[in-house]
Design a protein around this ligand. Structure first.
Ligand code: DX5
Ligand code: ZN
Length: 241
């Protein structure tokens, strides 16, 4: 029985999910180990060269990570189209969460149901140009909502601050409807942007270049966690205005 996603935070102010897109591709195992206990999740950015203008990991990489790190929390982000065509093959690699792009599924409700039926927590992601409103029909059925804070395809891009309003709107909607999803952001996350993201209500921070482009990935993850925690005292509710 997979745990309720809100339980995954277990009282933590924020979860840190390093993206291995920016890790040394010749040493992924060592890079993951170099995080020590500072990473909560490992974020795998899968790109098909069609939905986004870049090509990255396949199922073999996800299987290899799962085989090498049995207990790691694997957060797989599919930037592929049609999303439905890839769900079965990636679910077989036993990720903990499988996130599809709302823009890449002809039938997003069915795609999310396919992920749940495969025994994996479903996540849905929206690009900067996609309104939160299109998620309304599926908010009740996801464990994770990924708000892209850059246009997907590459690491080390500039954070788009206009995406903050989407996070606040999702916080309001979750509270008003007692939905049970975590809010994740991906793109341009670092110790400068982390504070505002957590203040806006983000639960999970994906960071690639800020962590693996740093000399010490564990220290980089700690810096981001501390910076974000500085934004949110234990009694603060995330801003939704
Ligand atoms: C899509 C990818 C990137 C990556 C994060 O472009 O999803 O957003 O994970 O890249 P950084 O943290 O380097 O901006
Ligand atoms: Zn991602």
């Amino acid at each position: 029985m997979i745990s309720r996603v809100m339980d995954l935070k277990r009282g933590k102010k924020v979860l840190i999910a390093p993206s291995i897109l920016s890790a040394d591709q010749l040493a992924l195992g060592e890079e993951i180990r170099s995080l020590g206990g500072e990473a909560d999740w490992i974020h795998v950015d899968v790109m098909d060269g069609h939905f986004v203008p870049n090509l990255s990991f396949g199922t073999a990489a996800v299987h290899a990570i799962r085989d090498a790190f049995e207990d790691i929390f694997l957060d797989v982000h599919l930037m592929v189209e049609p999303a439905e065509a890839f769900i079965g093959m990636f679910a077989e690699a036993r990720p903990d969460i499988l996130t599809v792009q709302a823009e890449a599924a002809k039938h997003i409700h069915r795609a999310l149901q396919m992920i749940r039926d495969a025994g994996v927590r479903p996540g849905v992601s929206i690009n900067p140009g996609t309104p939160v409103s299109i998620l309304e029909p599926v908010l009740h059925m996801v464990d994770l909502i990924l708000v892209m804070t850059v246009n997907p395809g590459f690491g080390a891009q500039r954070f788009l601050p206009e995406t903050l309003t989407k996070i606040k709107s999702l916080v309001r909607s979750r509270a008003a409807n007692s939905f049970d999803f975590l809010i994740e952001t991906d793109g341009g996350v670092n110790s400068e942007t982390a504070k505002e993201l957590v203040l806006s209500g983000c639960d999970v921070l994906v960071a690639g270049s800020a962590i693996f482009g740093h000399g010490d990935p564990a220290e980089a993850a700690r810096e981001i966690r501390n910076a974000s925690a500085g934004g949110l005292n234990i009694n603060d509710a995330p801003r939704s205005h």
